[in-house]
Design a protein around this ligand. Sequence first.
Ligand code: LFR
Length: 488
Amino acid sequence: MAKTYVAVDIGASSGRLMLSQLVDGKLKLEEMHRFKNGFTKKDGHDRWDIDHLIQEIFTGLEKIKKAGYTEITLGIDTWAVDYVLVGKDGERLNDPVSYRDARTQESIEKLTSELPKEYIYEKTGIQFLDFNTLYQLFEEDQDLLAQTDKILMIPDYIGYVLTGNAVTEVTNASTTQMLSLREGLFDDNLLEKINVKQEQFPKLVDPGTNLGELADKWHQKYDLPKTKVVTVATHDTASAVVGTPAVGQRWSYLSSGTWSLIGAELNVPENGEAAFEHNYTNEWGAYGTYRFLKNIMGLWIIQNVKEELDNKYSFAELAGLAGQEEPFQQFIDVNDDRFQNPANMIQELQAYCRETGQKVPETPGEIAMAVYSNLSLYYANELEILGNILGYKVDALNIVGGGSNVEIMNQLTATIAGVDVYAGPSEATAIGNVIVQMIAEGDILNVYLARRIIADSFPLKKYSPEGSLQYKLNEYQAFLKETKKTTV
Ligand code: LFR
């Protein structure tokens, strides 16, 4: 019987356990358990309930055992940058703070007044986002930090709880903005600035490293399959890129979930002046690659809108309502900081339109269309910037993740950007997670062949440009320039 692989894939808004097998050269994928995730205010900060997430993993594993799978291999991926502090007794010292917490709002300015941005970018090649681990640790409670034996990124912490073994996996560690691009180690100057020691991070490992067996104590407590844990590309975006079918000669990707990550896979990092100026990042990918990309606010905006409408409409229904409206009724800089964690997203969008003298979207359909059409404009704008930095025009955009189901955005993006869009698979992250396990176990030879298998196993939908909307993109670009000038 084919070996059984399980991906634990936890994003900012939901988590899932996906079961996968390679049968007759095709990947089978089945969702075994799904649960909600989110942060709540506790002790003055927005925090994740990490114990609850781990509990959900056990619930999922029990379901898998009940379904008859007695032996599995398992990998864990989650969002990036956040961490857990673990004391000398091996227990966590607090509930991890979410990257959307306000504590780092001023931290880039504070830290870079001492250590110039140019130095940090030259060293790390990582984009400046105020929630990077570097700034979070800079703001960390110094008493807690003094008691800290280990700093573990979220998926590394979960792996540690499951197996008792602690590592620092590199795809996720690169998002700390503390790894040196050239040496591949944490940079001493950066660590010193935030009062952290090299030894507080367990040893760096690559995706595909065996972490160990599930600890006995969990088998005693729950009815679980025999489980071998493999450290995969633990950053969800790194897994999503592994799980991208890579259609096109000069392909690009858009990993479309809570965040929209748009970029290209490179074999050599690109941290020159243009990349710095446009705040592009070189996060480490699996198999020695770099994820040269830009973070765009993404479906987070529509997720909030949906909640604020009391979940009266599903995502599909919101997209349906949007489809009845005209696109481009207003321009919105979706990456404006004000959308990162507003008290009320709908009101924030409306206030933005009012303040910029534009039509205010009122109905659910108008609001959804305002979000979708502006996300598409932003994607197209970034594709142009990406091409300018890399010196070539990409010939295909592979959209993966939950957002690849939003047809209206796929079509708009193809037309505005003037590029073929290939949508799917929507579960690319879980797929990338199991692919790294399969390669580690010797079931698939390498990532190139894996991507062929992915393209063969999941239906992809192609969207070609319908006419040209280049003039709209030009107008949008002029708008962004103008508003950035007035808001800086
Ligand atoms: C996507 C993601 C992004 C990262 C953001 C915060 O889920 O991992 O890549 O920038 O979340 O961790």
